[in-house]
Design a protein around this ligand. Structure first.
Ligand SMILES: [Zn+2]
Length: 155
């Protein structure tokens, strides 16, 4: 990850993170990483991920490096959460919606793993619901592909 610079393209950022995760899979297989869905991240096809539409800013990268290197091995739970949040930010698009629970602006679009429905997840509190209003089951979401986002008219 030392190779990440401010000019790095977002797709490269995602590729570097996923490459690193795959290379360290044996360290990332157990808790707390499994609870943050790391297993599904290592199976992602980054070519399917519409990073061009991500709200991730290059300045976030500086924060990313600072947090990961500062935390080091002292706080594995925080690193797991931070990596998960970074990947989500890179791999999803933000939609102009208000969270029904905490009333924050801005939710991220996901797809239901089992029903294929569009779902929204709050940036702040993590609350998620399907576009038909129903509650999302635990671990029920996956990243939408570029094709799916196009079909849904989100990009
Ligand atoms: Zn919320």
């Amino acid at each position: 990850m030392e190779a990440l610079s401010d000019e790095t393209h977002l797709r490269v950022v995602l590729e570097v993170i996923l490459f690193w995760m795959r290379g360290n899979h044996k360290y990332l297989a157990g808790e707390p990483f499994s609870a943050y869905g790391f297993d599904s991240f290592t199976k992602l096809d980054e070519r399917e991920i519409p990073v061009e539409y991500s709200s991730f800013k290059v300045s976030d990268l500086i924060n990313f490096k600072r947090v990961v290197f500062k935390l080091q091995a002292r706080d594995v739970e925080s690193i797991a959460r931070f990596l998960r949040d970074t990947i989500e930010e890179l791999a999803t698009v933000e939609v102009d919606k208000q969270c029904p629970r905490c009333e924050s602006e801005g939710m991220r679009a996901f797809i239901g793993k089992h029903n294929g429905l569009l779902a929204y997840q709050c940036n702040v509190c993590g609350y998620s619901h399907y576009s038909d209003g129903s509650r999302v089951e635990n671990g029920g979401l996956e990243f939408a592909s570029e094709k799916q986002l196009r079909e849904l008219g989100l990009i």
